[in-house]
Design a protein around this ligand. Structure first.
Ligand code: FRU
Length: 493
């Protein structure tokens, strides 16, 4: 019997569902499932996509391969929320069903137009010889949440001078026009960003490369995003192929921004002060931002990186998204803070005010695997001081300040099972300050640290044994005053 295309597709869907059901049991047995982060039911999650506020709710999609912890055939998976912290799994939103996205519905973004939420994404298509052709495609969602694809790609060609690494459109509206930035690779294998302009989201005019002064900064730039905050223009992008330099660029791929004057659309220029990393930790990539109805600029990133094995792989799933962060500008830098809504998750509170001196101290009621911890160190003479998280007989994740080097350091060498060990187990960055404040969010297998009011952020997945639940404060070669507040976090609130 001959199957037509539709029947073949349905058959594949049934097979997929059966396979996935088997994975669910394995995934649910994993002791590293998160409690208040967005994570896939099975399989692999990567980039956040289509992040937008539409029809009274936040909509957030992510790159998803359901059948295992590998970068297989990608779909967009849909989650939504009324408050940015409780997310409802809606289901698969955009599947690879056409010749233009047959080998993956790759990353893209969302923008409202004419009462619908439009998505522009890269269709990854390959021929029999596995030659890739990227198509920039369009889909739209109505108020009932029904999604439909536009019949053909809206940008079908890669312009001359660029390779088939041409993807991840981020669209925004400016006045009555739409603009899109696309991550690209020049034919000489250097990364860049291309600007497009449209009046209706279907006809796109190629404006040209953004002129931001990097002629040779990595071989490909993924996931660009342009937005304005407090009168500044900010361009995020993820350069691949940057060598590490001192404390910078330690991960396999980087994720950062340039900040300066607003983008000059006619000249395609953005005058800025240099590339800065968004996150100084281990697991952060491909962030995307959106504007909340109250004007806040919110960022969510992928808490993971490509081409690295993670300990949850053996349980059939990998990765989660970061907490939503609010972005503001302070002293020429992005300041990132967890969105205020997260305070609604707070449950029981414990407080401590201590003086610690040449010791490591465990304090009653300071323990757990899911909590928010705020610690301020002041009046210090110690050479190093800090806090151990998810600590036990064998495991601990150390977050500390070195007063001689004037650096904040996160050390996960003894955190438990490790991911990406070939990229090192310590991350650090300079910070000169009389007081050091850590606002820390610990979920079952992650730590997100906002240092000194969001001046720097460190994100790390950790995979400790279940019994490692202590929080310990320490000071070496001297003393420090410590003020700590801990909240249990309850995602059922
Ligand atoms: C970034 C990325 C994007 C691409 C997507 C595919 O992690 O490689 O460039 O669109 O992932 O899943």
């Amino acid at each position: 019997m001959e199957w037509n295309r539709e029947q073949r597709y349905r058959r594949w869907e049934d097979a997929l569902e059966a396979e996935q059901m088997q994975l669910v049991t394995m995934v649910n047995q994993c002791s590293w499932r998160q409690s208040f982060h967005i994570q896939p039911v099975t399989g692999l999650l990567n980039d956040p996509n289509g992040f937008a506020y539409y029809n009274g709710e936040y909509h957030l999609f992510y790159q998803w391969f359901p059948l295992g912890p590998v970068h297989g055939l990608k779909n967009w998976y849909h989650t939504k929320s009324k408050d940015l912290i409780h997310w409802e799994n809606v289901g698969v939103a955009i599947e690879p069903t056409t010749e233009f996205d047959s080998h993956g519905v790759y990353s893209g973004s969302g923008v409202e137009h004419d009462g619908q939420l439009y998505f522009m994404y890269t269709g990854n298509s390959r021929n029999e010889s596995w030659i890739r052709t990227p198509y920039q495609c369009l889909a739209f969602m109505n108020e009932k949440g029904q999604i439909q694809k536009h019949e053909k790609p809206v940008i079908a060609n890669v312009p001359e001078g660029y390779t088939d690494h041409y993807r991840d459109p981020k669209v925004w509206k400016h006045g009555s026009e739409f603009f899109a930035v696309i991550g690209a690779q020049r034919s000489n294998e250097t990364g860049t960003i291309i600007l497009y302009r449209s009046s209706d989201l279907t006809q796109w005019n190629l404006e040209g490369e953004l002129e931001i002064g990097f002629k040779d900064f990595g071989y490909m730039w993924e996931c660009p995003d342009y937005f304005e905050v407090d009168g500044h223009g900010i361009l995020l992008f993820c350069p691949q192929g940057i060598n590490s330099e001192g404390d910078c660029y330690q991960n396999i791929y980087q994720s950062g921004y340039v900040l300066g004057d607003k983008l000059n659309i006619q000249e395609r220029t953005l005058v800025h002060t240099g590339f800065q990393e968004l996150d100084r930790g281990f697991d952060f990539y491909a962030p995307q931002t959106m504007e909340a109805p109250d004007g806040r600029r919110i960022l969510i990133g992928w808490m993971g990186l490509p081409e690295i094995e993670y300990p949850t792989d053996k349980n059939g799933w990998a990765h989660c998204l970061t907490l939503p962060r609010e972005l503001t500008v302070r002293n020429g830098k992005l300041r990132q803070l967890p969105v205020q809504e997260l305070e609604r998750l707070r449950g029981n509170k414990a407080e401590a005010h201590l003086l610690i001196e040449n010791e490591t101290r465990q304090v009653e009621k300071f323990a757990g695997e899911v909590y928010e911890l705020s610690v301020e160190f002041s009046n210090f003479t110690a050479e190093q001081f800090g806090v151990e998280l998810r600590a036990g007989d064998k495991n601990k994740t150390i977050l500390k300040y070195d007063t001689l080097a004037k650096k904040v350091i996160i050390d996960r060498s003894e955190s438990g099972e490790l991911a990406g060990i070939q990229y090192g187990t310590v991350r650090q960055c300079p910070m000169a300050s009389e007081t050091i404040h850590f606002r820390i969010f610990v979920d079952v297998s992650s730590v997100e640290v906002f240092v000194n009011d969001g001046e720097e952020v460190f994100t790390a997945r950790i995979f400790p044994d279940e019994n490692s639940q202590a929080i310990r404060f320490f000071a070496q070669n001297g003393k420090s005053e410590v003020k700590a507040v801990k909240y249990e976090l309850n995602s059922d609130c």
